[in-house]
Design a protein around this ligand. Structure first.
Ligand SMILES: Nc1ncnc2c1ncn2[C@@H]1O[C@H](COP(=O)(O)OP(=O)(O)OP(=O)(O)O)[C@@H](O)[C@H]1O
Ligand SMILES: [Mg+2]
Length: 247
């Protein structure tokens, strides 16, 4: 990989009580790369993503964002670095009593201390990018699930993240709305965003991912290009999983 790593997960371990959920995970995501994570339910995909900005506190190991270890430093370093890790979840978590524009400007104002003019301008640019500038004054309940998810993406992008983490961003959507969100993600990738994506959208992975990682039981069993993983998986566990999900 010629590009420098933008996000590096090194010897990451996560235990909940006696259960070790993540076991010595090593994963590098290069600048501009889209790494796609698949694996059975309970394999630790969400926990790994959540450890990347310490929403979940790693038991041990390092998370290095653009050359800086987020496990070290002061709490204000951590707060700053958290803002550089954009997260999009299955549920959109928009504030229902605030307009779309307000949802996209709130963290910019509060956390980045941007002026209203600056935050509004940045929000409108990002809403434009996800095709929703015309909905700036709408409330979340007036939008479809796909539109709400695109607002959530715009909100994350407005904070100028160095990497975007997606945890099953389309799983809560009606099938006809999935495409609009995947299109936004594909555009983001084309613009050079570094992305770590947990999803079941295998066709999207084939088309857009640089690398696919298969996790099971808290370890990375195998990784490779989409062709390698989907076309000729090496591990029995990967083959078994793929034959289950492709039904
Ligand atoms: N806060 C917690 N306390 C205890 N155990 C937890 C906690 N969060 C997750 N786990 C356990 O960690 C394991 C991995 O969970 P995780 O949500 O990361 O899996 P996943 O791969 O994202 O699954 P899914 O595909 O269903 O989303 C599971 O066994 C889960 O029960
Ligand atoms: Mg999960």
């Amino acid at each position: 990989m010629a590009n420098r790593p933008m996000l590096e997960i090194a010897a990451l371990e996560k235990r909940f009580g006696a259960n070790t959920i993540l076991k010595q995970i090593d994963l590098k995501v290069a600048e501009g790369e889209l790494v796609f994570v698949i694996g059975p339910s309970g394999s630790g995909k969400s926990t790994m993503l959540r450890c990347c900005n310490r929403l979940e506190e790693p038991t041990s190991g390092d998370i290095i964002l653009d050359g800086r270890n987020i496990m070290g430093g002061t709490s204000s370093d951590l707060a700053r670095m958290r803002l550089q890790v954009g997260m999009v979840f299955q549920g959109f978590h928009l504030y229902p009593h605030m307009s779309v524009l307000k949802n996209v400007t709130l963290a910019q104002r509060k956390a980045l201390k941007r002026s209203k003019v600056e935050a509004d301008a940045r929000a409108m640019d990002m809403l434009e990018r996800v095709g929703l500038a015309h909905k700036a004054d709408a409330y979340p309940a007036e939008l479809s699930g796909g539109q709400q998810q695109r607002v959530a993406i715009a909100r994350a992008l407005a904070l100028d993240p160095k990497v975007m983490l997606f945890d099953e961003p389309t799983s809560a959507l009606d099938p006809e709305l999935v495409g609009s969100v995947l299109k936004v993600m594909k555009d983001l990738k084309a613009k050079g965003m570094t992305m770590l994506v947990v999803s079941h959208e295998m066709a999207f992975a084939r088309e857009t991912a640089d690398r696919v990682v298969f996790m099971d039981g808290g370890v990375i069993v195998e990784e490779g290009t989409p062709d390698e993983i989907f076309g000729s998986p090496k591990a029995d566990r990967t083959r078994a999983f793929l034959s289950r999900v492709s039904g």
